[in-house]
Write a protein that binds this ligand. Structure first.
Ligand code: MMA
Ligand code: CA
Length: 207
């Protein structure tokens, strides 16, 4: 009975070693070291950002300058909402206009109501129009019936094969060409349809 009392009394002895040997002492030391290390880290970081000549900052600055060079070189071939295809940019309108207003809309964005130059392009435009809706192209016979002329004044030549079966039929005066289903159709120029503008892609070879 007496022995137990003495032992208990010993454990309650104050003093540094006694405190250290206590379980809470280790916990406190652990916490203290975490606080000190965090403080040190914060101090180092703050110092690093404050001093402009610190090696860490110079490295970040160099990387930033390199990034700027790369961003300056970055070049999008086509603007936002235009589609790139074989070095050209195409705009598929979301609204509808008659043929003349469609041509104007393209001019206003430094483009042209689309003129088809090759089979690949024709196929791309036809497929897109099939998905998005009948669309005007830059082809009409408004000046002289039956004489189909591209909007740049050049004649139709070899692409007659793209007319749909039985077209152009000039059904109640149809002088403007549209993408319809799997080929071309002549339709009344005053009807509002989607339109497709075309312009050259920006070259990304400057510098
Ligand atoms: C529509 C119109 C015409 C076209 C015929 C073909 C009914 O008219 O799109 O331009 O020629 O369809 O069936
Ligand atoms: Ca027709």
């Amino acid at each position: 009975m007496m022995t137990i009392y003495v032992e208990a009394n010993k454990q309650q002895q104050p003093g540094f070693l006694g405190w250290l040997s206590h379980r809470n002492g280790f916990l406190m030391l652990h916490l203290l070291s975490i606080v000190l290390l965090t403080g040190l880290l914060v101090a180092v970081l703050v110092q690093g950002f404050k001093s402009p000549s610190s090696p860490g900052n110079e490295k970040i600055y160099k990387q930033l300058m390199q990034l700027k060079v790369e961003v300056d070189r970055l070049c999008l071939p086509c603007s936002w909402e235009w589609e790139s295809f074989n070095g050209k940019c195409y705009f598929f309108s979301k609204s509808q206009r008659n043929w003349n207003d469609s041509a104007t809309a393209c001019q206003e964005v430094e483009a042209q109501l689309v003129i088809i130059d090759n089979d690949e392009e024709q196929s791309f435009l036809q497929q897109t129009s099939k998905k998005k809706g009948h669309a005007w192209m830059g082809l009409s016979d408004q000046k002289q019936e039956g004489k189909w002329i591209w909007i740049d004044g050049s004649p139709l030549r070899s692409f007659m094969k793209y007319w749909n079966k039985g077209e152009p039929n000039n059904d109640r005066e149809e002088d403007c060409a549209e993408f319809k289903d799997d080929g071309w159709n002549d339709a009344p120029c005053a009807v509002k349809k989607y339109w497709i503008c075309k312009k050259s892609a920006m070259s990304c070879t400057r510098n």
